[in-house]
Design a protein around this ligand. Structure first.
Ligand code: PCA
Length: 222
């Protein structure tokens, strides 16, 4: 079992385009790391559909097939100015717009009878500190919203909880628009994929080597 864990891969997920966009910077960045070794572990990238019906079954299949040591799910948060390391996933689906299959749940639980919320099991403050040291703007976010990203984040943490192996950690990171997207949204901030890819490497290495998170101020008043 330990030998298996030592060989276990890192699973990275991104999302398909949604909301009228031609691309999703999360999948653009994540796919570039597929097949690399980071922190001694192979990286496997997977693109999730922006669809309530398909995304968690696909994630569960990847968890079963790969038995990863670390899972980082990435999504686009157009309008945010920095990489957002999400702290908490809530048991709410409240879609502002329909998903790519036309489904728009309103005030439904992600998992019926699941707990109200799960905390990220990533060392979020250590990740932010490592990103700042690498010259990449990053913040702790207290809400991943109530759309597909929160849905996948909650579903991931619920699955890891059910599987019960505390060594396996997972969490969610939102990224800004790509420059090409921001060019079509006047005034919106952006981050290019070189920086996102570098940020992913830094976060994977830090998450694999930091057991106990750092105690650094990082709260918010709103
Ligand atoms: N962002 C959406 C869903 C897919 C994505 O990349 C979200 O923030 O919920």
């Amino acid at each position: 079992m330990n030998a298996d864990f030592d060989q276990a891969p890192v699973l990275l997920t991104g999302f398909a385009p949604f909301g009228g966009e031609a691309s999703n910077p999360s999948w653009e960045a994540v796919q570039r790391l597929h097949g690399e070794r980071i922190g001694g572990r192979p990286v496997v990238a997977h693109c999730l559909p922006v669809a309530y019906a398909g995304c968690l079954p696909q994630l569960r299949e990847r968890l079963d097939a790969l038995r990863p040591a670390l899972v980082l799910c990435i999504g686009q948060a157009g309008g945010r100015a920095q990489l957002s390391i999400e702290r908490i996933a809530i048991n709410v689906d409240d879609a502002r717009i329909p998903d790519n299959q036309g489904r728009q749940p309103i005030d439904e639980p992600v998992i019926a009878d699941g707990p109200a919320a799960y905390f990220s099991s990533l060392p979020i403050k250590a990740l932010r500190a490592a990103l700042h040291e690498a010259g990449i703007p990053a913040e702790i976010s207290q809400s991943a919203g109530t759309y597909l990203c929160n849905h996948v984040f909650y579903g991931l943490l619920h699955e890891l909880h059910l599987r019960g192996d505390a060594r396996v950690r997972g969490g969610f990171i939102h990224i800004p628009y790509s420059p090409a997207q921001a060019a079509r949204h006047a005034g919106a901030p952006s981050l290019d994929s070189e920086h996102v890819v570098r940020a992913l490497r830094v976060m994977i290495e830090t998450a694999l080597t930091t057991r106990i998170d750092r105690r650094l101020a990082g709260g918010a008043e709103h």
